[in-house]
Design a protein around this ligand. Structure first.
Ligand SMILES: C[C@@](CO)(OP(=O)(O)O)[C@H](O)COP(=O)(O)OP(=O)(O)OC[C@H]1O[C@@H](n2ccc(N)nc2=O)[C@H](O)[C@@H]1O
Ligand SMILES: Nc1ncnc2c1ncn2[C@@H]1O[C@H](COP(=O)(O)OP(=O)(O)O)[C@@H](O)[C@H]1O
Length: 283
């Protein structure tokens, strides 16, 4: 019986983010293209027999019981009726509130990791629907495949995309997703595109104009990246990115940015690091 497991919780990018409309409950109808990055937090889960769920590393500004890791663990414990608990550790690398989905990815890794060590035997459909209750972005991390997302972000169609290298800038501001979606200046009328168009056309991010108006630091980061290649915003920000065909080119831009904008370099990936790690466990 597996008593301890360490698993990655990778970042994602929204290669584009179109807002098509707003539902009566305030949630927005989106079309977006998700790809993962080979850049991740690391979570370790150790089995406890007393049912207690304890996260041992605090994240700044997040109370223990509000942490999405703890929420995901409790949700799985309740849904499965498991009498087990877990000691959980996290090594955080992903900037928080950056639009690269760290919290959602942590939640997904928790659902998959504890499903294994608690032997709940839930399938990905069950785990994705539990995850959706924690956040719109959790299901794509549970499924672990690059995807075209529709609806409020929960209707996923897996896609296979080029896997370029990205330079991801991390402006030192925290963007509240809710605030951006509540801004009256946000446009909500991009026409729907087809799956084929989503994989071949450039696309844009409808949040960008509002985010640039509200956060000069992000406007500045985009300007700096735009000197090298066309820069985009992921999710509702704050992170911005440019893509390059090779690591060499991405590293060159990274060196030019040194001493200024905070950033990292990572490869795009159609299969998430989490799923690659789980596959190698089964081999
Ligand atoms: C828009 C995206 C694109 O990836 O933004 P990022 O958070 O990654 O920047 C996500 O779908 C966000 O997903 P997630 O961060 O899980 O959002 P949730 O917790 O479900 O929602 C946060 C808030 O965003 C707004 N929201 C979210 C998703 C959506 N389709 N319409 C919305 O209006 C709602 O006001 C909600 O209260
Ligand atoms: N495990 C977690 N990791 C990151 N953020 C978390 C976590 N649990 C709760 N949060 C909260 O969720 C917010 C959004 O975090 P994150 O998912 O990193 O950003 P985004 O959705 O913009 O990519 C954080 O500012 C924090 O308050």
């Amino acid at each position: 019986m597996l008593r301890e497991i360490s698993l990655p919780a990778p970042a994602k990018l929204n290669l584009f983010l179109h807002i098509l409309g707003r539902r009566a409950d305030g949630y927005h109808q989106l079309q977006t293209l998700f790809q993962f990055l080979d850049y991740a937090d690391e979570l370790t889960f150790s089995l406890r027999d007393d049912g207690v769920i304890q996260l041992h590393d605090a994240l700044p500004g997040v109370a223990h019981d509000d942490n999405l890791i703890v929420k995901a663990a409790k949700m799985l414990q309740q849904a499965s009726g498991s009498i087990r608990g877990a000691d959980i550790r996290i090594h955080k690398r992903l900037p928080m509130g950056g639009g690269i989905g760290g919290g959602s990815s942590n939640a997904a890794t928790t659902l998959l990791g504890l499903n294994l060590i608690w032997q709940c035997q839930f399938d990905l459909d069950q785990l994705a629907s539990l995850g959706l209750q924690l956040g719109a972005d959790v299901p794509v991390f549970v499924r672990g495949h690059a995807a075209f997302a529709e609806g409020v972000g929960e209707q996923l169609t897996p896609v296979t995309l080029d896997e370029p290298w990205f330079v991801v800038a991390v402006p030192q501001v925290h963007v509240s997703t809710k605030e951006i979606f509540c801004d009256e200046r946000l446009t909500r009328n991009t026409p729907a595109i087809t799956l084929a168009a989503a994989q071949t056309q450039e696309g844009h991010n409808d949040c960008l104009p509002v985010v640039e108006l509200r956060y000069p630091e992000i406007r500045n980061a985009l300007m700096q990246l735009n000197k090298f290649a066309s820069a985009k915003l992921t999710g509702t920000g704050a992170c911005c990115f440019t893509s390059f065909p090779s690591q060499q080119e991405a590293d060159k831009v990274s060196r030019s940015l040194e001493g200024g904008l905070q950033h990292f370099v990572a490869k795009g990936s159609n299969i998430s690091m989490l799923h690659k790690a789980l596959q190698s466990l089964h081999q």
